[in-house]
Write a protein that binds this ligand. Sequence first.
Ligand code: FAD
Length: 231
Amino acid sequence: MAVKELEVKLISIPDNLLDVVYTACRTCYSPDGAIEIFDNITPDNEKKLNLIKRVISSGHYSTIEHIQLSFAINNVSRALTHQLVRHRHMSFSQKSQRYVKEKGEFDYITPLTIRHNPKLNEKFESLMTQIANTYQEFIEAGIKSEDARAILPNATASSMVASLNLRELIHIANLRLCTRAQLEIRILVQKMCDLVIEKEPWLSEHLVPKCVRLGYCDEDKSCGRMKPKNG
Ligand SMILES: Cc1cc2nc3c(=O)[nH]c(=O)nc-3n(C[C@H](O)[C@H](O)[C@H](O)COP(=O)(O)OP(=O)(O)OC[C@H]3O[C@@H](n4cnc5c(N)ncnc54)[C@H](O)[C@@H]3O)c2cc1C
C-alpha cells in the first residue's frame, strides 16, 4: 500500500492549434472558402492571435471547440474522478475496479489536509490497512472484485485518460480553479492548464478561475481574490 503523488501528462494537442482556430474564425467572416483560408495561412502568429482574441472575447466559442486535447492522469482519488466525470463534454477511459483487482494492498490518495496532520494521518493509514485486509479476505472468499470494491474508499487511487476540447477546458478551469472547488481537483486542473499554457502561452488569460474572467466573485462566500458580486 503506498501513498501516490498526482501525475498528469498532456498526451495530445494539435501542432497547428493556432492555424485551426484561425481558420475557424476567418471562415465565419471571409468570402473565401475554409480550404482556401487554411491553405493560405501565413506564419504571422500575431495577426492570427489578434483575430482569435477578438472572436473569443465576443463569445464566439464554437471556434475553439475544434481543438481536442488528451491527458493521461495517474494517482488521483476516486473522489476526484467522480467530480471530473460530471463534465459532460469530456471523454474518459478509467482504470476499472472490476477488471483490475486490488491485490490485498491498494494505492490510495491521502488528502493533503490529513497528510499534514500526523495524528489523523496515522488513523487514516490504519483504516486503509484495515480496508485492504478485509478486501483481500472477501476476494479470497470468492467475492468478485465488482462487489468487493464496495468497501474501497473514495481515497482509492485511480488512473485515466481524459479528453476534451479547448472550450470545455476553459469552462472547467473557470469552475475548478475557483478556491471553492476541492483542493485535489484544483491541483489537477491547474496542472492540466499549465501544460497547455506551456505549449500555447496566449491561453493563460483564458485558463483562469471564473472570477478573473468575470471581474467579480459570484460565489456565496468569496475567498477575497475578487470583490463579491453585490459587494
Ligand atoms: C465548487 C463546486 C461544487 C459543486 N458541488 C456539487 C454538489 O454539491 N452536488 C452536485 O451534484 N454537483 C456539484 N457540483 C457539480 C456541478 O453541479 C456540475 O455538475 C459540474 O461542475 C459540471 O459543470 P457544468 O454542468 O457547468 O459543465 P459541463 O457538464 O462540463 O458542461 C459545460 C456546459 O455545457 C452546457 N451543458 C452541458 N450539458 C447540458 C445540458 N444537459 N443542458 C443544458 N446545458 C448543458 C452548460 O452550459 C454547461 O455549463 C459542484 C461543482 C463545483 C465546481
